[in-house]
Design a protein around this ligand. Structure first.
Ligand SMILES: C[S@@+](CC[C@H](N)C(=O)[O-])C[C@H]1O[C@@H](n2cnc3c(N)ncnc32)[C@H](O)[C@@H]1O
Length: 228
């Protein structure tokens, strides 16, 4: 990767650095699983990812954590192809263990920042549903550039959304919900009453419910002709 390109990605605030660079410098144990793909490192994984995402309907969850939502969603919607992207390797491993236990067959996982990993491999207009559930609020000012829910953070993902795609945000952090209320209409999303399909709970949501922290769900439909 050229210095110029590296600076460009760093300037966008990718979480964990660019996945291509991360792959070359990592020292930890590899994840080996047929549902885990590293498309930046393997041409066969890149091809598999393109083939998996092409027929659709395609659901993408960014930051799936331990995978409760993605795994349950995949099981409830067997006709969907489900793709999860997560920056933490340990969580990818945990989700794979869960998916094996539950017999999930229609979900695939990628490790890295979704904003760098998805655009090279997914067709434009291929995502039917995008889930950003309890995203990190990145409280510190110097970390704000890592936030997904602003116009800059979402920009690489917008071309991947199909017209009328469902976009769902959930959070227990009012600032994050406020950011979503500004950023999503700015990229052409219209608020709707509900998702129109059954959606499971997430791990973070389960904790919030247990300890009495209120959270909220915002559902949008992407209009390809809309946006600023
Ligand atoms: C607060 S956790 C919520 C996990 C899960 N969605 C839940 O509700 O239980 C946010 C997750 O998003 C991941 N994450 C943050 N930014 C990301 C990005 N740009 N691409 C992929 N994953 C990201 C973090 O590693 C973290 O696991």
């Amino acid at each position: 990767m050229s210095d110029e390109r590296r600076e460009d990605f760093e300037a966008k605030g990718l979480v964990g650095g660019h996945p291509e660079i991360r792959a070359k410098t990592r020292r930890c144990v590899e994840v080996e699983h047929s549902s885990f793909w590293t498309p930046l490192e393997s041409d066969s994984h890149a091809t598999a990812l393109r083939q998996f995402s092409a027929p659709g309907p395609l659901a993408v969850e960014i930051g799936f954590g331990r995978g409760l939502f993605l795994g349950r969603f995949a099981m409830q919607h067997c006709d969907w192809h489900c793709l999860g992207v997560e920056v933490k390797r340990k969580l990818v491993r945990e989700a794979l263990v869960r998916f094996d236990k539950w017999g999930v067959v229609n979900a695939r996982l990628l490790l890295g920042d979704a904003r760098a990993l998805l655009p090279p491999f997914l067709e434009k207009g291929s995502i039917d549903a995008l889930f950003i559930l309890f995203p990190d609020p990145w409280w510190k000012k110097k970390h704000h550039k890592r936030r997904l829910l602003d116009a800059v953070g979402l920009a690489p993902l917008v071309p991947l959304l199909k017209d009328n795609a469902l976009v769902v945000v959930r959070s227990d952090v009012p600032v994050v919900l406020d950011l979503a209320r500004i950023a999503l209409p700015a990229i052409g999303c219209e608020l709707t009453d509900g998702p129109g399909l059954e959606l499971p709970v997430t791990d973070r949501e389960r904790v919030c419910d247990r300890i009495g922290i209120p959270s909220q769900e915002l559902c949008y439909r992407f209009r390809a002709s809309g946006g600023a």
